[in-house]
Ligand binder design. Structure first.
Ligand code: ZN
Length: 163
């Protein structure tokens, strides 16, 4: 296992549509182990493959008791609405309030290639949506009104310069 370098906004891979995962088994399991290690090291609750520089539709998460690997994730159902702060390891963890559905149904494949569906509410539902967005080349800041997005990006760029 190894901790990988986390890609940061505005690296190109974060804005690209991920390629479908087609190979399952040992190699994918090893990659997911690295992703978990990287995520825990950064104190995140989810991490998608583009965040370690791989253009793949894949994420891992461990959020509110839901720990899973999702390859080729799709959101197949949403219900209600929630409005809470959200942050991203690729944008310096600066939080911003994003309106999201409150209840979400995720369909994905596990590391063996088996399809499953899982439902989540609240924070874990937000995690499903945030990580699936990453697989589609979308960041949470893309959901913000332009002014708030620009402000957050400015804050992040300033923090980056000071590192
Ligand atoms: Zn993120």
């Amino acid at each position: 296992m190894a901790i990988r370098k986390i890609t940061e906004y505005p690296e190109k891979v974060l804005a690209e549509m991920g390629k479908p995962v087609t190979e399952f088994g040992e190699e994918l399991e090893a990659l997911c182990a690295d992703m978990y290690e990287t995520m825990y090291d950064a104190e995140g609750v989810g991490l998608a493959a583009p965040q370690i520089g791989l253009n793949l539709r894949l994420f891992v998460m461990d959020c509110e008791g839901i720990k899973l690997i999702a390859a080729n994730p799709e959101i197949v159902g949403t219900e209600g609405e929630q409005s809470s702060p959200e942050g991203c390891l690729s944008v310096g963890k600066f939080p911003a309030v994003v309106v999201r559905p409150n209840k979400v149904r995720l369909k994905a494949q596990n590391e063996k290639g088996e399809w499953f569906e899982r439902e989540a509410e609240g924070y874990a539902a937000r995690c499903f949506l945030h990580e699936t967005d990453h697989c589609d080349g979308k960041l949470f800041i893309d959901h913000l009104p332009k002014m708030r997005r620009d402000m957050l990006v400015k804050k992040f760029q300033k923090e980056k310069r000071l590192r």
